[in-house]
Design a protein. Structure first.
Length: 599
């Protein structure tokens, strides 16, 4: 589903009455009435249709939402007057005579297919209706997962008024569905360990923002945190015995995510970015381990960052260990998709492998492109073997790397496009690949935070860079390779299907915002993700344009400022975006006096 072909299906906000609530992500279609507020009974309860009486996912989702509504007693923050500090709501059930005949007292949820699994392409649509005079909030959905999204929207709609009553501001009708099936973020637990509670916190934020795809980059050359029963020695390369994930930990994260409509797709990066863990099983399967990794002197360049190490593609023993680890993790992670890396193959690393050097010597016409193809030919069949419905995901490098890409990559592998923005999306879709967009120029959330390597002489300059003496590593534009910092507006305004044919647009499955963790741990992860990830959430849920095709960035500003406050109220450590003055004075802090520059 595409920006260009669906622009007329984006938010049609028929706002006949002013309301404070402005849900995020904006629904595809929302129509407010004008007959006045609907009071919500403090005993509002859920009613499931007969075939869903045992649908515990929906039941628990509503219990969580209702507890949040009662606990927060939310008023949108972006209003002209200060929020009134009301006393806590009294406990206990109000006397029944206080319930008016027109109060909203029941949610009627009807789900067509409660057994639809949370897998790629599952229907996530829903309708939500609050009618004038009716005591029932009506929710219909094709699947359980659409019903969860409806409950999340309803959670934002119910607020507290000046009389400390629960209300929905006006009758409202919402018809909603995502533009893209892949809407996600990427957590990297290889460079710095991210604890289970902090991962769960990110999932809470994802659920609120209707993000459904947690790409978990589990390991990297620096550490191996996953307990593997077949090879318990692998976690010797975790940072400490405490900084590991047991099988129970991984299953807990998966279940927690599923209960909130979030798929968890693991990534074990291979054959590059592979030293820790693997070398504990068989040192021969790793090449260039512990070599120098210079990014300045090409003959000494074996990795883009320490510590070097790649799987030896020619050594036969590599594949037995890889298959065993992959199969064990596949038993833990139930999703049909599995990410097997494929990025940044460093050719000089293979100079340390006598297996690879002998292979090249056997046939002088062989190249590193042939070596990459050897990996695809030998590893991909192992990843498919015994895994019905398996769909693999890889980084774009396996097809587009200038140093070492394979000649023939199966077209059913989903490629994650991270380099060169629109150009690589264009190239990959033209070749017939399905693509998930993670363009570093727009969506890398770790960018622009300064260089993290030590002993960096390039900072030892007493002036800022100039056009004549540029140096992106020590000032000016954010001091990192992917600088500058990606603001929420940079993310939200990204039209990543621009220039594609209609056929190519069909191959864009969605987008993921990665957060590489060289400078991220439990202390900072939430502030780096939120609320910027919510801007991505709206971009891939309902787009960044209104029904007339105009960018709605200006309208998104207050919506996102409110949502940031809501994230914080829900225990998610989202960073501030603007002074609070801007929150309380809508659009006073816009750059352009002309509000139509970006609608």
């Amino acid at each position: 589903m595409l920006f260009s072909s669906l622009v007329t299906a984006l938010v049609a906000a028929t706002s006949v009455a002013a309301v404070k609530v402005n849900p995020l992500p904006a629904p595809r279609e929302i129509k407010w009435g004008s007959s006045g507020p609907r009071t919500v009974d403090p005993r509002l309860h859920l009613r499931l249709d007969h075939q869903n009486l045992d649908n515990t996912v929906v039941f628990h989702a509503w219990n969580r939402a209702w507890q949040t509504i009662h606990t927060l007693r939310w008023q949108p923050a972006a209003v002209e007057k200060p929020i009134i500090d009301y006393p806590p709501f009294p406990t206990g059930i109000p006397p029944i005579e206080k319930r008016g005949s027109s109060w909203l007292s029941e949610i009627n949820v009807q789900i067509e297919d409660k057994d639809a699994e949370l897998q790629h392409g599952v229907d996530e649509s829903y309708t939500l209706e609050v009618s004038e005079g009716s005591e029932t909030i009506e929710i219909t959905a094709k699947t359980t997962w659409g019903a969860l999204h409806a409950i999340t929207t309803l959670q934002q709609l119910i607020i507290v008024n000046d009389q400390n009553e629960f209300i929905i501001e006006q009758p409202v009708t919402i018809k909603d569905a995502p533009l893209y099936p892949v809407r996600g973020i990427m957590i990297d637990s290889g460079r710095n360990f991210i604890s289970v509670p902090k991962i769960l916190e990110q999932i809470d934020g994802m659920a609120l923002a209707k993000l459904n795809f947690l790409h978990w980059h589990m390991d990297d050359s620096q550490s191996w945190p996953m307990h593997i029963e077949a090879y318990p020695e692998m976690v010797k390369d975790a940072y400490s015995p405490r900084e590991t994930y047991s099988a129970a930990d991984m299953r807990k994260i998966i279940k927690y995510a599923r209960d909130r409509g979030v798929r968890v797709i693991p990534e074990v990066d291979m054959p590059s970015h592979s030293a820790s863990g693997w070398k504990q099983v068989d040192p021969q399967m790793i090449t260039c381990a512990d070599s120098w990794w210079s990014n300045d002197v090409w003959p000494e360049h074996t990795a883009v960052e320490p510590n070097p190490g790649q799987l030896d593609i020619i050594y036969n023993g590599t594949y037995e260990v890889v298959k065993t680890v992959y199969d064990e993790l596949s038993e833990i992670f139930p999703d049909n998709w599995f990410h097997v890396g494929g990025d940044e193959l460093q050719v000089n690393c293979f100079n340390f492998s006598h297996y690879v050097m002998s292979w090249f010597a056997e046939d002088p016409s062989r190249t590193y492109f042939d070596l990459a193809q050897y990996w695809v030919d030998h590893a991909v069949p192992l990843f498919r073997e015994g895994h019905e419905n398996r769909r693999l995901m890889m980084w774009e490098d396996i097809v587009l790397s200038a140093d070492a890409h394979a000649h023939d990559v199966p077209k059913d592998i989903v490629l994650q496009a991270w380099n060169n923005g629109l150009e690589h999306i264009q190239n990959l879709t033209a070749l017939g690949f399905d693509v998930v967009v993670s363009s570093s120029d727009f969506m890398y959330l770790d960018c622009g935070q300064g260089g993290w390597v030590g002993n960096d002489h390039r900072y030892n300059v007493m002036v800022n860079p100039t056009p004549d003496t540029p140096n992106t590593n020590w000032g000016g534009d954010g001091a990192s390779w992917c600088a500058p910092y990606k603001t929420w507006q940079r993310i939200y305004d990204y039209d990543f299907t621009q220039g594609l044919s209609d056929e190519q647009k069909k191959r864009v499955l969605g987008a993921i915002a990665p957060l590489w963790s060289e400078q991220v741990d439990d202390v900072t992860i939430s502030t780096k993700f939120w609320p910027r990830a919510a801007a991505l959430g709206e971009l891939v849920w309902s787009g960044n344009r209104d029904a007339d095709g105009n960018k709605r960035t200006t309208l998104m500003t207050q919506r996102l400022l409110n949502f940031r406050e809501y994230l914080v109220a829900n225990g998610i450590g989202a960073t501030a975006l603007q002074p609070k003055y801007c929150l309380q004075h809508p659009h006073a802090c816009d750059l352009n006096k002309d509000q139509s520059v970006l609608h």
